[in-house]
Design a protein around this ligand. Structure first.
Ligand code: XUL
Ligand code: MN
Length: 343
């Protein structure tokens, strides 16, 4: 399979048991090793990690034990010809993160979040990646009066500065999302994430990760979110997927809801030579109805969709597009794109 220089990744959570807020798992859990064994055959090159995907129960382990376990995971990756793309601290499940992590109203809980993130940075180093992704799951409010958004912005800044100081080689990509689990999140869009990054003590080491579903949930077009971040050289990761309107975060297969929007995401990534800066991450989940033995098809479909849309992006008649733009004949442009997509 020719991947045109692009590298593809997903996380162990993308092979999922199918639980939702109203029902238990419907598929058995796959061992981590079994998950690793399907990456290559599906065409993937790299693994995305939460800190505890790599080192389960890390809160109960000493730094030496964490190091040892992370090194063992690195070996398992190497055995499969895989690498780690990033590590993300999981700051949303522990009782100390009920009221937020870096922005909790409780100072001990804020320190827990920082300590946990430092451990995630250590794991990233052991896994051989310099990239940390920060999805700020619980930084936000259910009750507007419970926290102060200005103070929260400074707390987030301080947390990122602390991590940049802790590991001088670390790069941090902030993954914005407007809601879920929070009612209102503090870093809902690319603009918020970039503004925060530019204020840090080492802006050259802070970028963003764009997830299609998150942009759509914010009422924005992922295509413009990608272009905005790439205009400043800040798009260091993507979570391509799809989303059917303003409802729960669906993580649908890439391109399965809006083909034209998916085409344009691939087109702008390719026009900006994304293959030189980052991997194509696919944060997709099989729908709950999918039988266990067929529960990797969403990954296969998403990767193939990217490659098919890449061919369409590269075979688009650019001269014809430019002529229509000059003529301001945008209706004909509309038709040209639709005809190109329909083949
Ligand atoms: C949550 C989400 C996460 C992050 C990684 O919506 O997208 O999977 O991508 O922590
Ligand atoms: Mn994501």
């Amino acid at each position: 399979m020719d991947k045109y220089g692009y590298r593809f990744s997903f996380g162990p959570w993308n092979i999922h048991e199918g639980a939702d807020p109203f029902g238990p798992p419907v598929r058995p859990t796959w061992d981590f090793e079994v998950k690793l064994s399907v990456y290559k055959e599906l065409g993937f090159d790299a693994v995305q990690f939460h800190d505890d995907d790599a080192v389960p129960d890390l809160n109960d382990l000493s730094p030496a034990q964490i190091g040892q376990q992370a090194r063992a995971v690195r070996q398992k990756l190497a055995d499969q010809g895989l690498v780690a793309e990033f590590v993300a601290p999981r700051l949303w499940e522990h009782p100390k993160t009920i009221d937020g992590a870096y922005t909790s109203n409780n100072p001990q809980e804020r320190s827990y979040a920082i300590d946990r993130s430092k451990k995630a940075a250590d794991i990233a180093r052991e896994l051989g990646t310099d990239l940390m992704v920060l999805w700020l799951a619980r930084e936000g409010t259910y009750m507007r009066e419970a926290k102060d958004a200005g103070r929260a912005a400074h707390q987030l800044l301080e947390a990122i500065n602390t991590l940049l100081e802790y590991d001088p080689d670390l790069r941090i990509a902030i993954e914005p999302k407007p809601n879920e689990p929070m009612d209102l999140a503090y870093i809902p869009t690319m603009g918020h994430a970039l503004a925060l990054g530019f204020q840090t003590q080492d802006p050259g080491r802070v970028g963003v990760l764009m997830e299609s579903a998150h942009s759509i949930l914010a009422g924005l077009d992922p295509v413009d979110e990608i272009s905005f971040a790439m205009a400043f050289g800040k798009l260091w990761g993507v979570h391509l997927n799809d989303q059917n309107g303003l409802k729960f975060d669906q993580d649908r297969s890439f391109g399965s809801v809006d083909l034209r929007r998916a085409f344009n995401q691939v087109r702008v990534l390719d026009e900006n030579r994304y293959w030189e800066v980052g991997m194509v991450g696919l944060d997709v989940k099989a729908v709950r109805t999918q039988p266990n033995e067929l529960a990797t098809k969403h990954l296969r479909n998403s990767l193939h969709m990217f490659l098919k849309l890449l061919q369409l992006a590269r075979s688009l008649d650019r001269e014809a597009v430019d002529e229509l733009i000059v003529a301001r004949d945008y209706e004909e442009l509309d038709w040209l794109i639709l005809s190109h997509l329909m083949g």
